[in-house]
Design a protein around this ligand. Structure first.
Ligand code: HEC
Length: 227
C-alpha cells in the first residue's frame, strides 16, 4: 500500500514539473481577481465589449445571461454592452469576418469563452499589460508573454488615459470578466458551497450523536436484546 502511495506521489511531482516547463517563460503577475466582486465584473464586461468584442467572440455566453448574473436590467445591457442591434437572448459573437481577419492579422482572433480556463487569469492579466513597441511587427508592437503575437495593443488608448494603477485595475476587471465567462456557474457554486458546508457541519453533529447512541451499549459490553 505504502509503495503505491509513494508511486502516485512521485508521478504527481513529475507531472507538476512538466506543467511548469510547458508554460511560457515570462514571469506572470498575480491577477488577484475576485469573481464575487460584481462591480468589477460589470466594469470588465463593459470594457470587454468596448475594446475586445470587435475582434473576439465569447460565443458560449449570451447577453441576457450577463444581465441576470451581474444584476443589469435588459435596458442597461442594451445600452452598455450591445452595440449591434442584436437581441439580448443571442450569443455574443463578433462581427469580424473570419477570412478578412485571417488576412489582416495572419490568424483569426480566437473565441475567448474558455481562455481563462486554458491560460489562467494570471496569464491574461500579464499578457494585456505586456505590449511594447517593436517596429519590426505589423502593428508596431510585440508582447513579452505571447512572443510575436498577431494581436495589436487593443488597450493603448485606455493606458494613455489612465494612471498605471487605474490601468492595472481596468485590466484586472477584464480578466475577472473573462474568468466569469469561462465558468458562469462559479458564481452559484461559490454561493451554494457555503450552505452545503454548513449543512454538512450540522449533519456531522447529528450523525455523531447518533453514532454515540448506537455504540454506547456495544462499547461498554452491556449489549443485550430488549425482550
Ligand atoms: C484588432 C483585433 C483584436 C482586438 C481588438 C483584440 N484582440 Fe485579442 N487577439 C487578436 C488576435 C489576432 C489574436 C491571436 C494572437 C496570436 O495568436 O498571435 C488575439 C489573441 C488574444 C488572446 C490569446 C488567446 C489565446 O488563446 O492564445 C487573448 C487572451 C486576447 N487576445 C485577449 C484580448 C482582450 C482581452 C482584448 C480586449 C482588451 C483583445 N484581445 C482585443 C486580435 C484582437
Amino acid at each position: 500500500m505504502r509503495a503505491i502511495i509513494l508511486l502516485v506521489f512521485a508521478a504527481s511531482l513529475t507531472m507538476a514539473s512538466f506543467n511548469a516547463s510547458a508554460a511560457s517563460k515570462a514571469r506572470l503577475d498575480h491577477a488577484d481577481t475576485d469573481i464575487m466582486d460584481t462591480v468589477s465584473l460589470q466594469n470588465g464586461a463593459k470594457l470587454f465589449m468596448n475594446y475586445c468584442s470587435g475582434c473576439h467572440a465569447i460565443s458560449f455566453m449570451r447577453y441576457n445571461r450577463i444581465g441576470k448574473d451581474l444584476g443589469l436590467s435588459d435596458d442597461l445591457v442594451k445600452k452598455n454592452l450591445m452595440f449591434a442591434g442584436n437581441k439580448t437572448g443571442e450569443a455574443i459573437t463578433t462581427s469580424m469576418p473570419e477570412d478578412a481577419a485571417a488576412s489582416w492579422f495572419g490568424g483569426v482572433p480566437p473565441d475567448l469563452s474558455l481562455v481563462a480556463r486554458s491560460k489562467g487569469t494570471d496569464w491574461i492579466y500579464t499578457y494585456l499589460r505586456s505590449f511594447y513597441d517593436d517596429e519590426s511587427r505589423a502593428f508596431g508592437v510585440n508582447n513579452t508573454v505571447l512572443v510575436n503575437a498577431s494581436m495589436p495593443d487593443a488597450l493603448w488608448s485606455l493606458r494613455e488615459a489612465q494612471s498605471e494603477a487605474e490601468f492595472d485595475n481596468s485590466v484586472r476587471d477584464i480578466t475577472n470578466f473573462l474568468d466569469y465567462v469561462g465558468e458562469p456557474a462559479k458564481l452559484i457554486r461559490l454561493r451554494l458551497g457555503k450552505w452545503v458546508l454548513l449543512f454538512l457541519g450540522v449533519l456531522f453533529v447529528l450523525t455523531y450523536l447518533l453514532k454515540k447512541e448506537y455504540w454506547k451499549d456495544v462499547k461498554y459490553g452491556i449489549w443485550r436484546s430488549r425482550d
